[in-house]
Design a protein around this ligand. Structure first.
Ligand code: COA
Length: 284
């Protein structure tokens, strides 16, 4: 992939995920919409960041001028992750996805790996054949019952000064720090930290107060950080990427009046399922 592929890759990604969201939509969910101009711009910015950080992990399949498939992955230290992967709906089932996944797995060079997977049968077949364990993911959805919010101690807004200990915590939980990804996350999110020496943890929140990535040294700290996220949630909220190793997040969500949903898999190879940890869909 090269920088001038980004606009075409974005169009392909919008078409791929609109089609798959329409297929997977439950009757209770709103009709999926194409990306807004701002969301397309954000996608291009994020992928440019990946392309500049680890270009050999980023691949497109092209037919003339058209991008028909893409697989964007990154090596961070001893960890490999897949940020996004898709083939245009009318090109699926012809072997393009296999070639793209082979390319990014060659780049992984045997590193342990992790990514958030859809339930697409072609995707899950490929991942299992490549040796990934598929851990079903739950999500908590709904409106927080504010009368259930407890007082949460010892939390503060974080900054780049916290990245060193955050990377050390990441290494304990997932074998590698997020490294430059922390700067990228901080650019677009609020960072809340528990920096009490013995009880460390952090959570990034988006502009609607939804937790985007949470890591903690112990379960109590993880629960405090999630309560802080739920306290800042606006209207309906969403806590994503909850594996069975992280049922503490289900228990917090239930106490806050949220409901359990099910959403795809956390695909993991050659490493334990991180806990207490809620992965980011794109930075893992
Ligand atoms: C997942 C995806 C990228 C695979 O790309 P693709 O070009 O369709 O994949 P391939 O043609 O190389 O097929 C992959 C494998 O799955 C199988 N397969 C493909 N589509 C399938 C389907 N609908 N049902 C069952 N098996 C399927 C193929 O037979 C092949 O297996 P094989 O190599 O052992 O024969 C593509 O289907 C896609 O974009 N899906 C929607 C978006 C998505 O879910 N992305 C994954 C994000 S984690």
């Amino acid at each position: 992939m090269h920088a001038d592929d980004l606009p075409n890759a974005e169009r392909a990604s919008d078409a791929v995920f609109l089609d798959s969201d329409r297929r997977d939509r439950r009757v209770s969910e709103p009709e999926p919409e194409p990306r807004s101009a701002e969301a397309s711009e954000r996608w291009i910015d994020r992928m440019r960041y990946f392309l500049e950080g680890d270009p050999h992990g980023c691949w497109v399949a092209v037919d003339g001028e058209q991008v028909v498939g893409f697989a964007i992955s990154q090596n961070r230290d001893r960890l490999w992750y897949l940020a996004t992967y898709g083939v245009l709906p009318d090109r699926q089932g012809q072997g393009i996805g296999k070639r793209l996944l082979d390319a990014v797995l060659t780049h992984a060079d045997g590193r342990p790996g992790m990514f958030s997977s859809t339930v697409h049968p072609g995707a899950t077949r490929r991942y299992r054949l490549a040796g990934f364990s598929l851990n079903p993911q739950m999500r908590m959805v709904g409106t927080v019952n504010r009368s259930a919010l407890p007082a949460v101690p010892r939390l503060s807004d974080g900054s780049a000064d916290d990245f060193d200990w955050m990377d050390r915590l990441d290494r304990r939980l997932r074998g590698a720090g997020h490294g430059p990804d922390h700067q990228q996350l901080l650019h677009n999110h609020r960072l809340v930290v528990s920096s009490d020496a013995g009880r460390r943890g952090y959570v990034y929140l988006d502009d609607r107060g939804r937790p985007m990535l949470l890591a903690a040294a112990d379960r109590r700290t993880a629960e405090d950080l999630l309560w802080e996220a739920l306290a800042s949630a606006r209207a309906d909220t969403l806590v994503n990427c909850i594996t069975t190793a992280n049922e503490w997040a289900i228990d917090v969500g239930l106490a806050a009046g949220l409901h359990i949903g099910q959403e795809g898999y956390l695909a993991i190879r050659d490493m334990p399922t991180p806990a207490p940890y809620l992965a980011s869909g794109q930075f893992l």
